[in-house]
Design a protein around this ligand. Structure first.
Ligand SMILES: NC(=O)c1ccc[n+]([C@@H]2O[C@H](COP(=O)([O-])OP(=O)(O)OC[C@H]3O[C@@H](n4cnc5c(N)ncnc54)[C@H](OP(=O)(O)O)[C@@H]3O)[C@@H](O)[C@H]2O)c1
Length: 387
C-alpha cells in the first residue's frame, strides 16, 4: 500500500492525482492534502479521502475549513502547515502539484524527511534545481517527474547508462498560436491564450504553453532531472502531442514514449513506479492517429526558448529570476494589464537588469526571486505608462 501527501490538491494536476487514486481502488491512501485558497473543494476532498492532515495556505480561511471538515479532521494553515504536510510521517511519497515556486520549500522539507517525490511543479527545479537535486542525492531520495515530457524521458532512459544520453528532444504542441503571425500575437487576449489545442491545464501553465515559456522552463527542468548540459536538450514542435518526448543515445538510436495527451498516465506512473497496471485509461489508437509530424520551433516569434537557454547557461540565480518574472508577467497578462508579447519582453528585460551573483544557497535564490518580482512589477508600470 502506498501512502501519499498531496500538495496542490485543488489544482488541475491535484484533482487528476485523486482521480488516479480513485481508479487504483484502495492501493493508494491519502495521508495529507494541502491547497492554497479553495476551501470548498479541499473540504470535499478531505471528506472523501479522510487524510490525517488537511492544510490551507491562506491562513485567513482556516476557520472556514475547520468548520467544513468537522472536528475529526486535523487542519493546519500557512507556510508551516505546508511543511508539516510535506513531512508527515505516514506518507511514503509526496506529490508536489503546486503552481509556481511556493512548492520549493515544501519539496525540500519532504526530501529532508526522506520521502520519495513525485514532482509536477517544474518551477521548483527551474528556480533551485541545483539545490533540490543535491539535497535529494545526499538523502538518497528519488524524484519521479509527473510532467508528461519528463515522465517520457524518465521512461526512455530507464535502465540505460546516463552517460549514453546524447540528446533529449522535448516535444511541444506549439500551443494555440503555433501558426499565428507575429503582428497578430500583439492582439492576443487572455481568453484566446487559455484555449490550448491538446491539453487541459491550470491557467499559468496554459499561458506558458502559448508563449513557449513552458518549454523553456522544461529545458531547465530536464537538465537537472537527467544530469545533462542545457545544450543537450532540444525542442521540437509536434502538434499531435502523441510523442511525449524522445532521447537519442550515443549510438544514434532514438527511443520515444507515446500515448494520448492525458496527464493521468504520467501521474499513475509516478505513483506506482516501477509498476504498470491497467486502470482503464483511454488508449492511443495508432492506426487512427496516422500522422506524427515534427518541426523546429520559430524562436523569432517565440523568444522564450532563447531566454530559457540563456538563463540555463548563465545559471546561478538567473533561472530563478526568469521564472519569477514570468510568474508576475503571466499574472498581469491574465488580469488584462499587459499584452501577450509583453510577457517575454518583461522577462527578458528583468533578466537584463539582474546583476548575477551567488545562487548557491536557498536564501540567495529566494532573494533573487523576490528582486525579480519587484523589478517585473515596476516594469509593468513602465509598460502601462508607455501605453
Ligand atoms: N496542469 C497540467 O496538465 C500540468 C502538466 C504538466 C505540469 N504541470 C505543472 O504542475 C504544476 C501545477 O499546475 P496546475 O495546472 O495543476 O496548476 P493549478 O491548476 O493552477 O493548481 C495549482 C495548485 O497550487 C495551489 N496554489 C496556488 N497558489 C499557491 C500558493 N501561493 N501557495 C501554495 N499553493 C498554491 C492551488 O491551490 P488553490 O486552488 O486552493 O488556490 C492549487 O492547488 C505547475 O508547476 C505546472 O507547470 C501541470
Amino acid at each position: 500500500m502506498m501512502r501519499i501527501s498531496l500538495l496542490g490538491s485543488t489544482g488541475s494536476i491535484g484533482t487528476q492525482v485523486l482521480d488516479v487514486v480513485e481508479r487504483l481502488g484502495g492501493r493508494v491512501q491519502v495521508s495529507a492534502l494541502a491547497a492554497h485558497s479553495n476551501v470548498e473543494l479541499l473540504a470535499r476532498q478531505a471528506r472523501r479521502w479522510r487524510p490525517g492532515l488537511v492544510c490551507i495556505g491562506d491562513a485567513s480561511k482556516v476557520g472556514e475549513l475547520r468548520e467544513a471538515c468537522g472536528p475529526e479532521t486535523r487542519v493546519t494553515a500557512g507556510a508551516d502547515g505546508w511543511i508539516e504536510a510535506a513531512a508527515i510521517e505516514s506518507a511514503l511519497k509526496v506529490v508536489i502539484a503546486v503552481a509556481g515556486t511556493p512548492g520549493l520549500e515544501p519539496t525540500l522539507a519532504a526530501i529532508d524527511a526522506g520521502k520519495e517525490i513525485a514532482l509536477a511543479s517544474k518551477e521548483v527545479l527551474v528556480a533551485a534545481g541545483h539545490i533540490v537535486m543535491r539535497r535529494a542525492a545526499e538523502r538518497g531520495v528519488r524524484i519521479i517527474p509527473i510532467d508528461s515530457e519528463h515522465s517520457a524521458i524518465f521512461q526512455c532512459i530507464n535502465g540505460e547508462d546516463p552517460a549514453s544520453i546524447e540528446t533529449i528532444f522535448l516535444t511541444a504542441s506549439g500551443g494555440p498560436f503555433a501558426e499565428v503571425p507575429k503582428e497578430e500575437l500583439l492582439r492576443v487576449t487572455p481568453e484566446r491564450a487559455l484555449e490550448h489545442p491538446t491539453w487541459r491545464m491550470g491557467k499559468k501553465v496554459t499561458v506558458d504553453s502559448a508563449t513557449l515559456m513552458n518549454k523553456g522552463l522544461e529545458i531547465i527542468e530536464a537538465r537537472w532531472l537527467f544530469g545533462v548540459r542545457p545544450d543537450q536538450v532540444r525542442v521540437v514542435i509536434h502538434p499531435q502531442s502523441i510523442v511525449h518526448s524522445m532521447v537519442r543515445f550515443v549510438d544514434g538510436s532514438i527511443i520515444a514514449q507515446l500515448g494520448l495527451p492525458d496527464m493521468r498516465l504520467p501521474i499513475q506512473y509516478a505513483l506506482l513506479y516501477p509498476e504498470r497496471v491497467d486502470t482503464g485509461l483511454p488508449r492511443a489508437d495508432m492506426e487512427r492517429i496516422g500522422t506524427l509530424s515534427f518541426r523546429p520551433p520559430d524562436e523569432e516569434r517565440f523568444p522564450a526558448l532563447r531566454l530559457a537557454r540563456e538563463a540555463a547557461q548563465i545559471g546561478g540565480t538567473m533561472p530563478a529570476v526568469m521564472n519569477a518574472a514570468d510568474e508576475v508577467a503571466v499574472g498581469l497578462f491574465l488580469e488584462g494589464k499587459i499584452g501577450f508579447t509583453d510577457i517575454t519582453q518583461m522577462v527578458g528585460e528583468t533578466m537584463r537588469r539582474h546583476v548575477q551573483g551567488g545562487g548557491a544557497t536557498l536564501e540567495e535564490v529566494l532573494s533573487a526571486d523576490a528582486w525579480a518580482r519587484r523589478t517585473a512589477a515596476d516594469l509593468a508600470e513602465e509598460i502601462a505608462i508607455a501605453n
